[in-house]
Structure formats: C-alpha cells, structure tokens
Design a protein around this ligand. Structure first.
Ligand code: ZN
Length: 185
C-alpha cells in the first residue's frame, strides 16, 4: 500500500465505522421484530397451533396425570431443574419450543443462544405468550415469566443476554417441548 492509498484508507475508516454503527442500531430492533413475526415459518404448515386465548385450566390431579414429575414441579410448583440436565439445552435444530403444559408456541430456534448456564436460553420470545411478575424467592427481585395460556411457570428474565435485546429468558427445559420444523421427532 503506498502512502496515498494509506491516507485514503485512514480517512475513510472513521466514516466506515460510523456507517456500520448506525446500520447495527437500526438493524437490531428490526431483526427482533422479524423474528417475532416469522415464528410460524419454523413449524410445518400442517402442525396445529393452539391459541393463547383458549385458556387451559386443570386441577392439580389432572396436571399430575398430564405432566412428568419434573415438569409438574417446574410448571405447577415454580420449581427449577438442575442446571445441565435438560437435553433441550443442546437442541440446535430449526423448530419451535412449545409449552410442555399446553402446547403454546413460545420461542423459535432462531431466538435461542448458548448462555453456558446449563438452561435453554433465549433473547426474545414469540409475542404475547408470557405474563411477567417480580418475585423475591432469592431475596433480591427477579422477573418471573409464566405461560399465558396455562399459567405454568417457565423461568426468569435476566438482563445479561446478547444484543440486540440484552435479555436472557432462562427457561427450564422440563417446561418445554421441541417441535422440529421438518416434523420429525
Ligand atoms: Zn402453557
């Protein structure tokens, strides 16, 4: 590179950097919006999808019959599975994570990231599927989230997630079922 080319490159660099920055800022929220809107494309067209407004209300006994003991403990008793025990933590196929209690689609595989915490982690959700509330079980306040359709406990939201949301939905794998896009189990 001769001196003239070098000077030109140096002069251009700050603008290139600024341009990239603006691009990243506008791209982030739009990317999340797209992910939230295109979730249906992560399921085979023939896969039936329940509606969030079709509430599921069962007795304790009915829930016990429907769920595994671990899923019951997490969803109905606000339990937490041991870190690193859910096979869904390493699930990398394209598809949708649905509520193990009621089948409501909650996250797509494109919303998942490897948090290395030992729990399936997501930086955003399919819109309108959770209710949130603050709990104080560990003394300090945490934001808990529950399935809007069956009121099952799923996990907590932490603010140490990746860009563009900065959020980490730390979800119990036992509260989820994975439905692969290709329809194969
Ligand atoms: Zn549910």
């Amino acid at each position: 590179m001769d001196r003239r080319t070098l000077l030109k490159a140096l002069a251009a660099a700050p603008f290139a950097g600024a341009g990239w920055h603006v691009h990243a800022q506008t791209k982030g929220p739009k990317m999340v919006e797209e992910l939230q809107n295109n979730w249906r494309s992560f399921l085979a067209a023939s896969t039936p999808v329940p509606s969030v407004t079709d509430a599921v209300k069962l007795s304790k006994d009915e829930w016990r019959k429907r769920l595994s003991p671990l899923a019951y403990n997490v969803l109905r008793e606000d339990g937490t599975e041991r870190a690193g025990t859910s096979p869904l933590d390493n699930e990398k196929r394209a598809g949708v994570f649905v509520c193990a209690g009621c089948g409501l689609p909650l996250f797509t595989s494109a919303m998942k990231f490897d948090s290395r915490t030992g729990w399936p982690s997501f930086f955003t959700t399919i819109p309108g599927v959770f209710t949130e509330k603050t709990d104080y079980y560990l003394i300090y306040p945490r934001t808990e989230y529950r399935c809007k359709r069956c009121d099952g406990h799923h996990g907590h939201i932490f603010k140490d997630g990746p860009a563009p949301t900065g959020l980490r939905y730390c979800n119990n794998g036992a509260a989820l079922k994975f439905v692969p896009q290709d329809g194969k189990a």
